[in-house]
Design a protein around this ligand. Structure first.
Ligand SMILES: C[S@@+](CC[C@H](N)C(=O)[O-])C[C@H]1O[C@@H](n2cnc3c(N)ncnc32)[C@H](O)[C@@H]1O
Length: 194
């Protein structure tokens, strides 16, 4: 990696943290035990490629990924993850995936404190924390196979009940399959099924 690439990664790409690990652990565990043989998995918002890479390494899934951030797309590709620059699931075909996983930007952010760089796109979920989660929930059903499954990381800061309600409005039942508490938030992985 060149010095410039290293600087881009450090300042512009979300690096794996507790939320990434919780999502990767839950997705690997669940996919290993149930999504059929060699499921095709999409990771939305792959960032460094950590979650997608773990699913590819630890299950028999084939994994592709998307991210809006071109620096993230480059880093994930360097990590061996087939990644396209895209908004959520927009370029993918109907019914294409057996599973879709997403660790979204979820922090509620005061509009006066938005800071307008790639790290904001990784972290900020707008005023209610659900500015990216809501469009994800309304679009993910299109690319999931009829018996496909979604894994969505949410935080108590975002409002888990509100996300479960939005999932229901989009035809999904949402069940918590993993959680972990920290001093200021509890992280939960929701499994989305139709
Ligand atoms: C919290 S980070 C998670 C990164 C990585 N998946 C992980 O768990 O370490 C959220 C990621 O979603 C990406 N993102 C935000 N909005 C997006 C959108 N509309 N479409 C695709 N990716 C998006 C960000 O660029 C960022 O890489």
């Amino acid at each position: 990696m060149t010095l410039r690439e290293r600087r881009d990664v450090e300042t512009d790409v979300y690096q794996p943290a507790e939320d990434s690990e919780l999502l990767a652990d839950a997705a690997c565990d669940r996919l290993e035990n149930g999504a059929g043989d060699g499921p095709l998995v999409l990771e939305v918002g792959t960032g460094s490629g950590y979650v997608a890479g773990r699913i590819a390494d630890e299950t028999d899934s084939r994994v592709v990924a998307s991210d809006l951030n071109p620096h993230a797309v480059r880093q994930a590709r360097r990590e061996g993850v087939e990644t396209v620059r895209a908004d959520l699931v927009s370029p993918f075909a109907d019914d294409a995936f057996d599973a879709v996983v997403f660790n979204p930007p979820y922090l509620p952010t005061d509009p006066d404190n938005e800071w307008d760089d790639w790290m904001e796109h990784a972290l900020s979920g707008g005023e209610d924390g659900r500015a990216v989660i809501d469009p994800f929930l309304s679009s993910v059903g299109r690319v999931l196979a009829p018996d496909g499954v979604g894994y969505l990381l949410v935080s108590s800061l975002t409002g888990v009940d509100e996300v479960v309600e939005r999932a229901g409005e989009n035809g999904f039942s949402a069940v918590a399959v993993a959680d972990e508490s920290f001093p200021f938030e509890t992280l939960t992985v929701l499994e989305l099924l139709r």
